[in-house]
Structure formats: structure tokens, C-alpha cells
Design a protein around this ligand. Structure first.
Ligand code: CA2
Length: 149
């Protein structure tokens, strides 16, 4: 039995699809989760969101014990959380940092990510489709694709 991919989402993303559609689109987080499960082609996905930093840290610890890869949209914690960065540093597998918007196109406060220097890859600016791209990439990175695909 292969280990699941963890998809972790930070603060306010539970409100996705309800405001600033010009930046974040109209897709809800529940729809993003369904898209990820479909893209995972049967592989187990652990999909979570929290507005609490400690909870995200606890889930990274859980992924260290039980996960094959982490896709994380840390939202505002991207720019503030050394604690999430420290937890991610302990993860032995691939980490994809994901942002719906292109953070580098925005104001300078959105340019300095604590996660990017320790991430395996960074996806930003693809909208919510970026989650599907990240899952597909993670399947390759963790070599869990069924033979012939
Ligand atoms: O583009 C992303 O995915 C972000 O990580 C989203 C964060 C923002 O602080 C980052 O700079 C980029 C903010 C998420 C706010 O949550 C929303 C809630 C409702 C509607 C839209 C966004």
C-alpha cells in the first residue's frame, strides 16, 4: 500500500471562490479537493485546510511519518512562518510549494517566501489548476504512477 500525498492549505483558503475572483478565481476549496482526488488516479490524498499555524505544523509531522509527498499552499504563513519552514525541513520526500496567484507579480511583501528555499519545486500563477498540475508532478516525483502511464 503506497503512502498518501498530503495537500495542506493555509489560512483563509476555506473562503476560496467567495472573494477576489479576479486574483483567485471562483473555484471553491471543495472543488479543488475533488479535482486533486481525480488527478491522483486512485492514490490516496490527504487534503486539509487550517487557519491555525500549529495545526499545519502537526500535519507536516504526520506527513513525515505517513506521507510520500507534500503539496502546500501556506497562504499568508508563506511569508511569516519559520515554524512551518522548520517542520517542512524534516520531511524526507518531495515538497511542492503552491500558490494560486503569481506572488512575484504582486507587492514586495509577497516576494519573500520562507518555504521556497526548502521546497523541491514551486508552482505559482496557474490559478486553481495549479493543484492538478502539482498532483500530477507529485505522482511522477514519488514514482507512484501505474506502469504504462
Ligand atoms: O495565491 C495563493 O495561493 C496565495 O497563497 C493565497 C494567499 C496569499 O496570502 C498569498 O500571497 C498567495 C491568501 C489566501 C486568501 O484566501 C482567499 C480567500 C478567499 C478568496 C480568495 C483568497
Amino acid at each position: 500500500m503506497s503512502k498518501p500525498i498530503y495537500i495542506l492549505n493555509g489560512p483563509n483558503l476555506n473562503r476560496l471562490g467567495t472573494r477576489e475572483p479576479e486574483i483567485y478565481g471562483r473555484t471553491t476549496l471543495a472543488e479543488v479537493e475533488a479535482m486533486c482526488r481525480e488527478a491522483a488516479a486512485g492514490l490516496t490524498i490527504v487534503f486539509r485546510q487550517s487557519n491555525r499555524e500549529y495545526e499545519i505544523i502537526d500535519w507536516v509531522h504526520e506527513a513525515i511519518d505517513e506521507g510520500s509527498g507534500i503539496i502546500i499552499n501556506p497562504a499568508a504563513f508563506t511569508f511569516t512562518s519559520m515554524a512551518i519552514m522548520d517542520a517542512l525541513k524534516m520531511f524526507p520526500g518531495p515538497i511542492i510549494e503552491l500558490h494560486i496567484s503569481n506572488i512575484h507579480k504582486r507587492e514586495p511583501i509577497y516576494h519573500k517566501s520562507y518555504v521556497s528555499p526548502i521546497a523541491t519545486a514551486v508552482i505559482a500563477g496557474l490559478g486553481t489548476d495549479g493543484y492538478r498540475t502539482a498532483v500530477k508532478a507529485m505522482l511522477t516525483m514519488t514514482a507512484t504512477l501505474p506502469a504504462g502511464t
